[in-house]
Design a protein around this ligand. Structure first.
Ligand SMILES: *Cc1c(COP(=O)(O)O)cnc(C)c1O
Length: 462
């Protein structure tokens, strides 16, 4: 068998099958893939494989091209029941937020342009008044994420000074955000107060010195302090700070604007409560319980917000126009008192159990497989640790659950599931209704491949 019998690049590119590839992927990329396919074929032939057909060479090139252009950042179906799944992108946006993002990013906008004067405007204005109205704060500032918000606040207000924080709040929230590290990065000196499990107001009072700039309260985020524990109330900390002419900064993390306890969950502290308790500055995320885009929000006293805005770091941490557009549209849902129905994560959290059971039952019926069993969903995103909400799961018994879950990750779109007690568990709470047909198709396809390997009926599995 001779390598010379392999077709040339030119010949392959002239074939009708190559036409569609050229149209879809462009000439340089297609040429590259066809060359690669020929290189691979030559190596195979040298190893003793038979000569590939033209069709096989083009098919290999096509597969290669599909892989080269496939985005690595792509939509998935979240059937895990974790509403704010950080690894899956946290909060899905509302249609209005998406529309605002699209309208702003697809053309020019008033990002920093004042239509009244025809002169330069400020990007800070866009979400500011909505945040003031909703939270009751004097002023607001938006940055890239909450980690940036905390870094900016500490750098602008406490550089070269001391920051007091309870030992129990020196948290690591994942993704590399550790309160002590952010403090160090800001140039502030960390002063730990109290003990791991108990910190009292008097501990803070005794730690105040002439070098103290502020008291920091950090939400525990993803862990829970239980047992013989104590932490001062935010209002007590605020009073103490103000008696000494110091500031109280609250890193609220998730930053709910609505009360989660109405939905069978614990109470997640709200931004409004922090401000009412006397915090001078509250920092929280845009894509956790707010249900908007990735952003860091700072609300509080006008003079402090102005200092942050003037700081050079603010320029480095500023949000983009797509973020601001989506954020303003999301905040508008709160302003119009329609958050529970308009914001996807709040619809998920507020979903009635019967509705979830109906959806899981409809999936089981469509598949002719699985059982509908009670289970638990979680909010995630560093909010409400250990808290769960009752849900109904589609539970599938398959012979190799890990293998099956892996194959579901390779459907289009990929489906991400939980494995519980050796069964696949799919939670309707986090599956967007418009994704249901795709989910059913992915499950059908994966189950069909599984069927021949299922144990024969009547024989119990060991
Ligand atoms: C999530 C969280 C952060 C970081 O927020 P990002 O928006 O992810 O940067 C900071 N502090 C606390 C307490 C958090 O829960």
């Amino acid at each position: 068998m001779s390598l010379r019998q392999l077709p040339s690049v030119d010949l392959l590119l002239r074939s009708p099958a190559a036409e569609a590839m050229l149209a879809r992927f462009g000439r340089p990329l297609t040429l590259d893939a066809v060359r690669d396919a020929l290189v691979a074929a030559r190596a195979d032939v040298r190893q003793g494989c038979s000569l590939p057909t033209e069709a096989a060479l083009l098919a290999a090139a096509r597969q290669d091209l599909e892989q080269r252009v496939a985005p690595s950042l792509r939509p998935v179906i979240n059937a895990t029941g974790v509403v704010l799944h950080t690894n899956l992108g946290r909060a899905p946006l509302s249609p209005a937020a998406l529309q605002a993002q699209h309208d702003t990013a697809s053309g020019y906008s008033t990002l920093e342009f004042d239509l009244l004067t025809g002169r330069r405007g400020a990007r800070h204005t866009h979400a500011q008044s909505l945040l003031q109205h909703i939270t009751g704060a004097e002023a607001a500032l938006v940055v890239n994420n909450n980690a940036a918000a905390v870094l900016l606040a500490l750098t602008a207000l406490a550089q070269h000074k001391e920051v007091l924080i309870a030992r129990s709040q020196l948290v690591e929230i994942g993704g590399g955000f550790r309160v002590p590290d952010v403090l160090r990065q800001s140039g502030a000196r960390l002063v730990e107060v109290g003990t791991t499990n108990r910190t009292h107001l008097s501990d803070f009072a005794e730690a105040v010195t002439a070098r103290t700039a502020l008291l920091l309260r950090a939400h525990h985020s993803n862990f829970r302090l239980v047992g013989f524990t104590a932490e001062p109330l935010l209002a007590e900390l605020a009073d103490l700070a103000h008696q000494h002419d110091l500031l109280l900064v609250d890193d609220l993390g998730s930053g709910a604007l609505l009360d989660t306890s109405a939905f069978g969950l614990g109470h997640e502290p709200t931004v409004q409560e922090s401000l009412q308790a006397g915090a001078d500055l509250v920092a929280f995320s845009g894509d956790k319980l707010l249900g908007g885009p990735q952003a860091g929000l700072l609300v509080g006293r006008a003079a402090l917000i102005e200092r942050l805005r003037q700081h050079p770091l603010a320029r480095a941490l500023r949000p983009g126009k797509s973020c601001l557009a989506a954020l303003a549209a999301t905040l508008l849902h709160y302003y119009k008192d329609e958050a529970l129905t308009a914001i996807p994560i709040w619809r998920m959290i507020a979903a009635p159990a019967e509705r979830l059971r109906d959806r899981a039952a409809a999936w089981a019926a469509a598949l002719g497989a699985g059982e509908v069993l009670p289970g638990q969903s979680t909010v995630g995103g560093g909010s409400l640790p250990e808290e769960t909400q009752p849900t109904w799961l589609l539970s599938l018994a398959v012979s190799h659950p890990d293998d099956f879950a892996m194959r579901l990750r390779h459907t289009d779109p990929p489906v991400i599931v939980r494995i519980e007690k050796d069964r696949l568990a799919l939670d309707p709470r986090t599956v967007l209704p418009e994704q249901e047909p795709l989910l059913i198709a992915a499950l059908r396809q994966t189950l069909a491949a599984e069927r021949p390997r299922l144990p024969a009926p009547g024989r119990a599995e060991g």
